[in-house]
Design a protein around this ligand. Structure first.
Ligand code: ADP
Length: 402
């Protein structure tokens, strides 16, 4: 039984066809530049890669291409469900949900919290329901995993009415990835997830840290929006909230221009003045580029500080987990972070650390120190699993949507 996993952005759809039991990928790909005259879909099939033009540039056209590929592979009848990545589920969704008109309305109600992402997710869901009308569709939320955070972790010290009337609180993101790598880490450690206190670091273009106690998120570094917390590719992470007013006046910027700059021109890019790409920055730093060196060092420093802070949420740290493009590939970043986390007793084994790149995973700390692990994330597989879990729950008559 296959599950089609869809991640619909405003101008793209990332898709994958997965078999939950074996983890096999039957098909994957990316439709890009939707909404423009020059949209296309890349299909990765068992026989090789192919590119298909999408002259209409719509989701419907992209899904027709996917449906055609399913026919070509002879698996269309074996697809049991569609799982959608949905960015924001607000306080309504603490678990994935079978998509019904009522659930879709609840996702729509979360649009003010994720004005860029949720509308695209909703449009993708509507188009997928039209393209695959016979398949159950499930929404898997980036925020859901973090709904277990206690109030001390999720409330901001701001007027209470902002929380009650406008939902101003910390939600956290990357939940699917944090949940997946926490479960994988338990397997690697050979211990029940329920017994483990983990600090997981998802380090891609967006970056976040999570404190996972017994498989539940108890704190995370992202907040109301994915802008809070760590230094990221182009996002600033934490800044003084007074910065907005100050720079708006000094530089004559509007509030939305300040927000855009904090999202798109800051982080590694802003600090280095060179690039948002960690690999490029590591190379430039090695050549002596001062901005690149500062960007990498600030990234490491802020990350180590956040990871150490998560020890407060957990009380005891059993293992540290690195994932995402940087976490899975940058031995330099991991080594520097672990060196700064000596305060938690952390240490790095340089040979194991150097080996854990390009898909290799496992322990990178020496015997006798708290385990530090590299775990390859697989958000598509987690979405497919959760989709199947929701359907199994429905079959058992549990129903529940939130
Ligand atoms: P996304 O969040 O878009 O899925 P990824 O998880 O692919 O992004 O992470 C992208 C980041 O991973 C980039 O900063 C990239 O430079 C970094 N990265 C990938 N490979 C390496 C590497 N070998 N060394 C250092 N950084 C790497």
């Amino acid at each position: 039984m296959w599950t089609l996993v869809l991640n619909c952005g405003s101008s793209s759809v990332k898709f994958a066809l997965l078999d939950v039991r074996s983890g096999a990928v039957g098909l994957s790909g990316l439709a890009e530049r939707l909404g423009s005259g020059d949209a296309s879909a890349r299909l990765d099939l068992p026989g090789g890669r192919r590119s298909v033009a999408l002259p209409g540039g719509t989701y419907a056209e992209a899904f027709a291409v996917i449906a055609g590929a399913l026919d070509e592979l002879g698996v269309r009848g074996d697809v049991g469900a569609v799982g959608h990545r949905v960015v924001h589920g607000g306080e309504r969704f603490s678990v994935p949900a079978l998509i019904t008109p009522e659930v879709l309305d609840a996702v729509r109600a979360c649009v003010p919290l994720a004005p860029l992402h949720n509308p695209a997710n909703i449009a993708g869901i509507e188009a997928a329901r039209a393209a695959f009308p016979h398949l159950p569709q499930v929404a898997v939320f980036d925020t859901a995993f973090h709904q277990s955070m206690p109030e001390v972790a999720f409330r901001y010290a701001v007027p209470e009415a902002w929380y009650r009337q406008h939902g101003v609180r910390r939600y956290g993101f990357h939940g699917t990835s944090h949940a997946f790598v926490a479960a994988e880490a338990a397997q690697v450690l050979g211990r029940p997830l329920e017994d483990l206190n983990l600090v997981t670091a998802h380090l891609g273009n967006g970056c976040s840290v999570c404190a996972v106690a017994g498989g539940r998120s108890v704190d995370t570094s992202m907040g109301l929006t994915p802008l809070e917390g760590l230094v990221m590719g182009t996002r600033s992470g934490d800044v003084d909230p007074g910065l907005h007013d100050f720079i708006a006046r000094q530089a004559g910027l509007s509030l939305s221009e300040v927000t855009a700059a904090l999202n798109r021109e800051s982080g590694l890019l802003g600090l280095s003045g060179l690039s948002n790409d960690m690999r490029e920055l590591e190379e430039a730093a090695a050549r002596g580029h001062a901005g690149a060196r500062l960007a990498v060092e600030a990234f490491v420093y802020r990350l180590a500080k956040q990871m150490a802070g998560m020890a407060v949420a957990l009380g005891r740290v059993d293992a540290l987990v690195f994932t995402g493009g940087i976490g899975e590939n940058s031995a330099a970043v991991r080594g520097a972070v672990l060196a700064r986390l000596g305060v938690l007793g952390a240490a790095v084994d340089p040979a194991l650390n150097a080996r854990a790149v390009r898909g290799e995973s496992g322990r990178i700390s020496p015997e006798g120190s708290p385990p530090a692990l590299v775990i390859n994330t697989n958000e598509e597989l987690m979405i497919a699993r959760q989709t199947q879990d929701v359907l199994a729950g429905q079959a058992q008559g549990q129903g529940g949507t939130a």
